[in-house]
Design a protein around this ligand. Structure first.
Ligand code: SF4
Length: 233
């Protein structure tokens, strides 16, 4: 039944399901997987557009799920968003992510946020006290010059660190996605981990990449052997 839903889609990843509120992403990351997956050039990808039907689609999905408890129980996690950033600047105006997470919480559905923007803190009231959500931020490097080269329109690293600390302070389950790890010395995953006081981040994630994307961006390295050597060194 869940394949007939409108806004909640199968993600094709461990998350099971996802909701995407925007097409494209204004953050402009050099290594963007979404842009490559969607075969779009950088300019078109950065001219992101809101998916205005997502909220009505989700309301319709929720109605169906509330009438089918088995289908609802089968949803173990929903990634918000999987192929774009849910808190990119457009969210300030459109508030689609805000409406989506409010609906998910009001209907007892689990979700995971992953973003590179401190705008996520605006919705602390939705996350706090809800044990079926977790909120992650991606931190690629502690070096601001390198961050601006890799992901020019994301929040500053110090602000992303602050966001995770605030989320933790408010009792929200946190995670930190440390990726992509590149051969550049400024990409230093161990220093990122050490930057946090114990317990602030509930889970660190170190990413692997698909050979297809690795081929498209030769300057990045995602092979497992390399990642293991970086972490053990
Ligand atoms: S934040 Fe994510 S979706 Fe947006 S440009 Fe960067 S990698 Fe792509």
């Amino acid at each position: 039944m869940n394949e007939n839903l409108k806004a909640i889609r199968s993600s094709g990843t461990n998350f099971g399901y996802c909701i995407n509120c925007y097409n494209g992403c204004e953050h402009g990351c050099l290594y963007c997987y979404g842009r490559i997956a969607r075969k779009m050039n950088a300019t078109k990808w950065a001219s992101a557009e809101p998916r205005l039907s997502v909220v009505d689609g989700l309301k319709s999905d929720i109605k169906r799920l509330n009438n089918d408890p088995i289908a609802k129980q089968a949803i173990k996690d929903i990634m918000v968003c999987s192929v774009t950033d849910c808190y990119q600047p457009l969210e300030l105006e459109h508030r689609l992510t805000r409406q989506v997470v409010e609906l998910l919480r009001a209907n007892d559905l689990p979700f995971t946020i992953l973003t590179k923007s401190v705008l996520v803190l605006r919705d602390m009231d939705v996350f706090s006290g809800y044990d079926k959500c977790r909120v992650g931020l991606t931190i690629t490097t502690l070096d601001e010059t390198y961050r601006k080269q890799l992901e020019p329109n994301t929040s500053r690293t110090c602000d992303k660190i602050f966001a995770l600390e605030e989320l933790h302070k408010h009792g929200v389950s946190t995670y930190c996605s440390v990726e992509p790890i590149t051969p550049c010395p400024a990409s230093n995953p161990k220093e990122i981990v050490k930057r946090f006081a114990p317990g602030v981040v509930d889970l660190f994630e170190f990413g692997m990449w698909t050979p297809k994307i690795q081929k498209a961006i030769p300057m990045l390295r995602y092979d497992e052997k390399y990642l293991v050597s970086v972490m053990q060194d």
